[in-house]
Design a protein around this ligand. Sequence first.
Ligand SMILES: Cc1cc2nc3c(=O)[nH]c(=O)nc-3n(C[C@H](O)[C@H](O)[C@H](O)COP(=O)(O)O)c2cc1C
Ligand code: SF4
Length: 397
Amino acid sequence: MTEVVNIHNSAYDVLIARPSKWGNPFQIGRDGNRERVIQLYEVHIRRRPDPAKFFERYLALTDRHRTAFPGQSDDAIRATLRGMSAAQLAGVLTAAEREALQFGYRERVTDMHLPHIRELPAVLPGLFAAAARRAHAAGFDGVELHYAHAYTMASFLSRTNTRTDGYGGARENRVRLPLEVFHATRANVPADFAVGCRYLAEECIAGGSDVEDAVYFGAQFAQAGMDFISTSRGGKFDDAKQPGIGAAAYPYTGPSGYECMPQYISDARGPFGRNVAATAAVRAAIRGAGYETPIVCSGGVHNFDMAEKLLQDGVCDIVGAARQSLADPDWFLKMRLGRGAEIRTCEYTNYCEGLDQKHKPVTCQLWDKNDLDRPGVARTADGKRRLTPPEWPMPTG
Ligand SMILES: Cc1cc2nc3c(=O)[nH]c(=O)nc-3n(C[C@H](O)[C@H](O)[C@H](O)COP(=O)(O)O)c2cc1C
Ligand code: SF4
């Protein structure tokens, strides 16, 4: 099954390979023999440049620079800028230019001077809907629309979104595109195909959305008819650490990144349950508005007592666990079978997250060196890590 997707006048052939045909649950590619993932970055981020190259090539000289250095040729202005200190540059470069120099060029949904940013509200509902259709065609039971962290839709929801085209500013404007994306998606898949979203209960950045925004958005999503609502927190570019030259900023490296994936080196609050209070507020508001939409809460959940308490306290209806499930994918089963002592408990080291950050295959340090030489064990390209955890010999009887 092939369909053509048109994005900014470029046509992409997307081939949907069904599991029965290709033996792989989900492949998208231009031909059926090789798996290809097509990832489209609508909002660009670039690597932090070498300062010399930045001034030589990347910085677009404007009248502002020419006025600052009257009578100088463009080449001379570039050479002058290159020799200036950070303090001196602050008087000449705009904030966006300084950011491009120090962190790498990054577009925002508020960059209305860029045509592809301006037209996001016209383009994104169709793209999300097409992706959901492909997921359905490939055999999935539902999709989670990603409205969290540093993703584009989260930027629309953010209090930092000051667009003036009706999609920014007041809460009701910021939620408009996420709702349009949902409605377009819902209309393009069967009624029994689940469509929900993940969004931020708190952005955890200065000037960002807080729990009051999340309460409003949650009620809007529930009213729109989402099948589930999942909360996360933080994970923003806004407070990411400065990357090294040649590397790109990563949204999980700053304080908001810590809120998303807290680790064992922590502040006094510790890494567990940081999203509980905000999620409870979201769920209470949704119930108060008369909707029974299931709510998912995650963050540091690693044992039965914690998970059960979240459910008993009415914080959520479904408990999500990312790292504990990577540490031990059988932990649910072990709990259910009363074999809790056999669970590999996550140590919240964020070794896995470090791999993700470097775009390496994500594994867990609790098992990725175990039985490496056993026949049939799939390993990373360098052969140093196994890709899947050792199988748990499920007890019989
Ligand atoms: C290696 C790794 C990759 C992750 N990738 C995503 C992702 O693609 N999308 C997402 O919403 N959250 C992602 N997360 C965040 C988790 O979904 C989750 O919110 C966070 O880890 C806190 O939950 P936990 O304590 O159960 O791990 C990732 C987490 C880890 C550790
Ligand atoms: S590497 Fe394993 S133990 Fe460490 S945080 Fe990730 S899942 Fe937990």
